[in-house]
Design a protein around this ligand. Structure first.
Ligand SMILES: [Zn+2]
Length: 117
């Protein structure tokens, strides 16, 4: 990690700001809550395949390892059965809540799955 002070141009609003000790992937976003929030959703759009959107709520799950024995599991390890709109069914005990998709990103993050029993 680089701990010098840098001039960084916010990639969302274009404002130049200073930052010490930055970390990916938010290193090029100023500290306005709005830009941070936008960047968060733009990153999710980029890795769309890792996320499911159910009723406008975005969740993360590890598609290759949906069943985890880690002590740190989403929803405390509760089991969910999810049917993707492609027909694929995933059972996971490690689902993470990312939050409600903001209106401005709904067209890029449409619902792609549903919970089933
Ligand atoms: Zn900004």
């Amino acid at each position: 990690m680089d701990c010098t002070i840098q001039n960084i141009k916010c990639e969302i609003c274009g404002r130049v700001f200073h930052k010490v000790c930055h970390a990916e992937p938010f290193d090029k976003v100023c500290d306005s809550g709005e830009c941070f929030h936008k960047k968060f959703w733009l990153e999710i759009i980029k890795e769309k395949d890792e996320h499911v959107i159910i009723n406008g709520i975005c969740y993360y799950l590890d598609r290759t390892h949906p069943m985890s024995d880690s002590p740190f599991r989403g929803y405390g390890g509760r089991e969910f059965k999810i049917k993707l709109h492609t027909g694929e069914i995933i059972v996971t005990n490690n689902l993470w809540h990312n939050g409600e998709v903001p209106k401005e990103f709904r067209d890029r993050l449409p619902n792609n799955a549903e919970f089933i029993k």
